[in-house]
Design a protein around this ligand. Structure first.
Ligand code: URA
Length: 434
């Protein structure tokens, strides 16, 4: 029989925890029988001394089973899920899900709302008046069977252990530890029930992981957890040193996603969506290799099949699909103000973090949990890293409903860095890990 003091001492002294130790901690935590100071002490010991692969897999397993585990067995065929570790302008799910479904895949996705400087898929989709992700598990499975895709809000009882641990980690300096991040993300993915999981692990200024080596380490930790749980798990390592695409903000991102499904989206977004959709179709055994899958995905864009899927999906979840045909009916900001290049040169950086925060200040995200989202506001970039600009060129449009604050302008000035030397265009997809 374990006890918390012995478990903390073990980890402090760099010994391995047993499955029983970890199960005891998580069960007692959820039963609210462990004081916060003991969980916090153990979290810090884990940050300092780590968890091995086996301990991390046990922790994930116990967290996953701390609440509801979604049963997708009524869905025919293998189901796909995809998770991004968080970015700015990241509207890939909006494009990927219909792309995969148009090629015969089954996308059963649980999504969240915006968090901190990053946007959330549900907020973006709610740009369509009437669209709802509050659907029952039964309805969710029915829609996936019928249309090949559905998106559901994260159930309140999914991985309660993560909610408790995350709140403690946030205030005890114990967020940045690979085993803790990996188990937090993967416990939620495993509880959401899909057969195959594709992870988009972001690195760079706007991401949790600041460089590609850290991103690889996190990706490999999550893949190892996926393997322990017998799930086909792969990861893309992608650059978040600038926002993805040009649009940041809910309805603005929806418009860019629609353009991408129509075949004229930004190059970086299109590349990531095509690559990810192809990998997902291979993971769920629809194609033998990525090249064949890619042909099908490109065909789904050029034939209009992917856009049609998107409309079916919006309509099936209560949204008005006419807005896909006439995007001028999507929410629009009251004002559009140009933001000019302060000097002539080459764009060296468009830092995703200050831009994401500035978008929240405009009302695209929440500053407090009760804030109401302004769907039309955000930014549309007119240049990307590596582009040459002249002083006075419009490099960004600010879409806003209120008087612009100095804070927003300051954040834009901080975000967009222009230098007087050549800058290499960054590579978006660094590698695929499996
Ligand atoms: N996202 C999560 O869900 N958990 C973490 O620990 C970090 C990012």
């Amino acid at each position: 029989m374990s006890n918390m003091l012995e478990i903390i001492i073990k980890k402090r002294d760099k010994q391995n925890l047993t499955h029983e130790d970890i199960a005891f901690w998580i069960k007692e935590l959820v039963a609210q029988k462990v004081p916060d100071y003991q969980s916090s002490a153990l979290l810090m010991a884990i940050v300092l001394n780590g968890l091995n692969e086996q301990e991390t897999a046990w922790l994930t397993h116990e967290m996953m089973h701390s609440g509801e585990v979604v049963d997708l067995s009524s869905i025919e065929g293998l189901t796909n899920d995809k998770h991004s570790t968080g970015g700015v302008g990241d509207k890939t799910s909006l494009v990927l899900a219909p792309l995969v479904a148009a090629c015969g895949g089954k996308v059963a996705k649980m999504s969240g709302r915006g968090l901190g400087h990053t946007g959330g898929t549900i907020d973006k989709l709610e740009s369509f008046p009437g669209f709802s992700t509050e659907i029952s598990s039964l309805e969710f499975a029915r829609l996936v069977n019928e249309n090949g895709l559905a998106i559901m809000g994260q159930s309140k009882n999914l991985v309660p252990a993560d909610k408790l641990l995350y709140a403690l980690r946030d205030v005890t300096g114990t967020v940045p530890a690979i085993p803790l991040i990996a188990s937090s993300i993967m416990s939620k993915k495993l509880a959401a029930g899909s057969d195959a999981i594709l992870l988009d692990v972001k690195f760079g200024d706007g991401a949790f992981m600041k460089d590609v080596d850290q991103a690889r380490e996190l990706a490999m930790a999550m893949i190892s957890i996926g393997k322990h749980a017998n799930k086909n798990t792969k990861a893309i390592l992608s650059d978040m040193n600038q926002p993805l695409g040009f649009a940041i903000g809910n309805a603005l991102e929806v418009k860019e996603a629609i353009a991408t499904l129509q075949g004229h989206g930004p190059d970086d977004l299109t590349q990531l969506c095509v690559e990810a959709a192809s990998l997902m179709l291979v993971q769920s055994n629809h194609y033998d290799n990525v090249e064949l899958a890619k042909q099908a995905v490109l065909e789904a864009i050029s034939s209009g099949a992917a856009l049609k899927k998107f409309k079916t999906f919006i309509e099936a979840q209560g949204g008005d699909a006419h807005l896909v045909d006439d995007i001028s009916l999507l929410p629009q900001a009251k004002f559009i103000t140009p933001f000019y290049a302060s000097s002539t040169g080459t764009i060296q950086a468009i830092k995703a973090m200050p831009l994401g925060l500035a978008a929240s200040l405009l009302g695209a995200g929440r500053l407090t949990k009760d804030d109401v989202i302004k769907f039309g506001v955000g930014f549309v970039l007119k240049a990307k890293v590596g582009d040459n600009v002249n002083q006075g060129d419009v490099i960004c449009e600010i879409h806003h409903d209120d008087v612009l604050s100095d804070d927003v302008i300051q954040k834009l000035n901080d975000a967009i860095v222009i230098v007087q030397h050549d800058v290499e265009t960054p590579v978006l997809i660094h590698e695929i890990c499996e």
